[in-house]
Design a protein around this ligand. Structure first.
Ligand code: NAI
Ligand code: MG
Length: 353
């Protein structure tokens, strides 16, 4: 029996509503499969925890998480209680950085039954691989002088190691998909880091002769996500470019409530972390209408990560079966509750074996 130990951090707002639902789904998956079991340990780290303890997680929080197979997180943030930069850096970003989760993966595809804001979304099915540890999001730089003389300098950090591992990850994923990798660049305007990025892309491409490649400037690429998303398979991007592209990806799917994500540790020293793209959705807390699909699709990514790709596929098919029947929450035009959607997905899992 394969047993996966999962650290579950529901966090704030609707995170607390969708994480238990996705756990129910994972339990149903394991019961169907027989050969595997999930053991969830829940951690109450959140803004409420901060009010009581003065920190988002205990001092030995990372130590407590270290031994788990994966981390399953909901959302972090409640501006009424704690400023966002304190809550996000104190928990989410802390885990991403300290656990060397150097790759962020976010799929975007047309789910049957969902209305995309695109008039003709075709059948796009793409995956953004975002470098998650360096690039434009560095803490190197500073500010000097005041008033009219004030200056801010923010350095971007690009290492060969960091670029290569993100690109290799993208190429490996493309092998089991449609065999196409697009690099997001801007070497016409950013004259040191992006030509370097392009060179490394050329080098890594040579290791994968069977994969078709192209390179697009980020501004054009963002526009192509709107005008012809079906053209793309796997896209590899720096931290900032990937951040922007994945929000466009979530938008063209029809709701941020369905978009999943994974933060991947590659060296095996620490667990990876799975979390949906959306935040704590303060405007709908407690109404029972949070879309559980983002969290449940995130659970599919967790299954894939642990080698259970067949089960992952089965889960995604069940999700699509339910969306195609119109059993969905109000954010995507339905009138069903979080629990009704989850129940239907569990029922479908059992029926379409
Ligand atoms: P948000 O993603 O929480 O909400 C944006 C809009 O999408 C809202 O109208 C919300 O109702 C809707 N929405 C989000 N998730 C939904 C779901 N599952 N079902 C139905 N509708 C959903 O982003 P916002 O409002 O900018 O941030 C709220 C808080 O969440 C802030 O404190 C922010 O810092 C935090 N945040 C945390 C993230 C994380 O933990 N990874 C990511 C984004 C924001
Ligand atoms: Mg973002």
């Amino acid at each position: 029996m394969k047993k996966l130990m999962i650290a579950s951090i529901p966090g704030d707002g609707v995170g607390k509503e969708v994480v238990p639902e996705a756990e129910r789904v994972l339990k149903a998956v394991s019961e169907l499969h027989g050969g595997m079991e999930f053991q969830f340990s829940s951690f109450p780290w959140s803004c409420e925890y901060y009010l009581e303890h003065g920190t988002m997680m205990p001092e030995n929080g990372l130590e407590q998480l270290k031994g788990f197979d994966s981390i399953f997180l909901g959302a972090v943030g409640n501006q009424n209680l704690v400023p966002d930069h304190v809550s996000l850096w104190g928990l989410l970003i802390n885990i991403r950085r300290e656990f060397e989760q150097v790759i962020n993966v976010r799929p975007a595809k047309v789910l049957k039954g969902l209305t995309s804001p695109l008039v003709n979304p075709k059948d796009f099915d793409l995956l953004v691989v975002r470098e998650n540890s360096e690039g434009e999001y560095s803490s190197i730089g500073g500010r000097i002088h005041q008033g009219e003389d004030e200056i801010a300098i923010q350095n971007a950090v690009f290492s060969r190691r960091g670029i290569e591992r993100a690109m290799r990850y993208a190429f490996e994923l493309a092998k089991s998909r449609r065999g196409h990798v697009t690099s997001a660049t801007k070497s016409n305007g950013i004259v040191y880091s992006m030509p370097f990025w392009d060179e490394v892309f050329d080098e890594v491409s040579k290791e994968y002769p069977s994969i078709h490649t192209d390179s697009q400037h980020i501004d054009a690429l963002a526009a192509f996500f709107v005008t012809r998303p079906e053209h793309f398979d796997v896209i590899v991007a720096s931290n900032l470019f990937g951040d922007i592209l994945t929000d466009v990806g979530a938008a063209i799917m029809g709701s941020i409530g369905v978009a999943p994500a994974a933060n991947i540790n590659l060296n095996g020293k620490y667990p990876s972390m799975f979390e949906p793209v959306h935040g704590s959705a303060p405007d709908i807390i407690g109404k029972g209408i949070a879309n559980p699909i983002g969290q449940i699709w995130t659970a599919k990514m967790l299954l894939d990560h642990h080698g259970e790709t067949e089960l992952g596929e089965h889960l995604l098919q069940s999700i699509e079966h339910v969306t195609s029947k119109g059993i969905v929450t109000p954010d995507i035009g339905g009138k069903h509750s979080t629990t009704e959607v989850t129940n239907e997905i569990i029922k479908t899992l059992q029926n379409i074996k």
